[in-house]
Design a protein around this ligand. Sequence first.
Ligand SMILES: [Fe+2]
Length: 390
Amino acid sequence: MSALESFACEPGALDLVWRDGSRSRLIAPWLRDHCQGAECRDPRSGQRLVDVAELPEDTRIVRAERLPDGELAVHFAPDGHRSVFGEDWLHANAFREEAGREDVDPNAAAARRPRLWDAATFAREGLVWTPWSEYLEDPSAKRRALAAVRDHGFALLSGVPPREGAVLEVARSFGFVRETNYGALFDVRAVIDPSNLAFTNLGLGPHTDNPYRDPVPTLQLLHCLENTAAGGESVLVDGFRVAERLREQAPDDFALLASQPVDFAYRDGRSAELRARFPLIELGAEGEPRAIRYNNRSIAPLRMPAERMERFYRAYRRLSRALDTPEGRLVFKMGPGDLVLFDNVRVLHARTRIESGGRRHLQGAYADRDGLLSTLRLLEAPGAAPGGQP
Ligand SMILES: [Fe+2]
């Protein structure tokens, strides 16, 4: 049975009443632009073939009629075009006045409403490690792991064979490796090499990687091949939670950090001269945190008027302290075969100090969220994967 109860039309708009009592008002240009006919859409991909600039400015509705098979035909002036819409298609895609949300894509909605966490969240819920063999064999295990990246900003895998390059197989299981000037993968070893602090045995404070890139890699994978060291534990911090608390507790500091761009830079003197300019907290169009870029090793000289610099340092110091608190730090030790996959513009990562007398070797790689979210949507589509729905 069609979801459509009744409709009424006037030249400017079509008013639809749905069986559940909700309503949609679809204006004439929207209907003309969303025509599903073969002249207007590629029949295979469904991609639009008509540019909005080609539509007449005075597009209006002449009449509309219901067809037998749950379809609605709309006739337009002045171009005489006729569009046929499936009523179910309209129900799925039209904005409903009562819903109060413009967003009907559940994945996009979830991505915009992250489940904020701190250390206590996982003390209660427990940390979930997905065995790699299960991830490979059971689509629902894979779906849960990828959904954790979307919702919590990270997922943990165990039993990934501790051999060189295995991290790339994991990245390719849901998306595409982001190759950079460091190569397809990079090694993080506990040996003294002063060219990069990540390669020494010092602790490393919470940071996001590569803020000097535009676009910045949105996912990072770290795979443990060896860890006999005492210390050298892994730390994750939910940067979005920290940002939201800052917004509540110090709105002026939050506003400054979200609006003042800073320069990030990386150069190795040979093959790379990377720069990007972004605020430490980047907001989306609806004011939601969209990306955290925080890495004091790669902030270039800060330049702004002295008065603003005073305020900036106050806010910057407050953010820095808020990012590194015992309540916010999720701490766990990685052993051979463990892998952490995380959202590099939401979740900050850190490492506790490595004590003497052991070795620690991780291999890392970058990837991007688009591939992961696409794979997740396919796994979540009803009937797409056996056992793919709870
Ligand atoms: Fe890092």
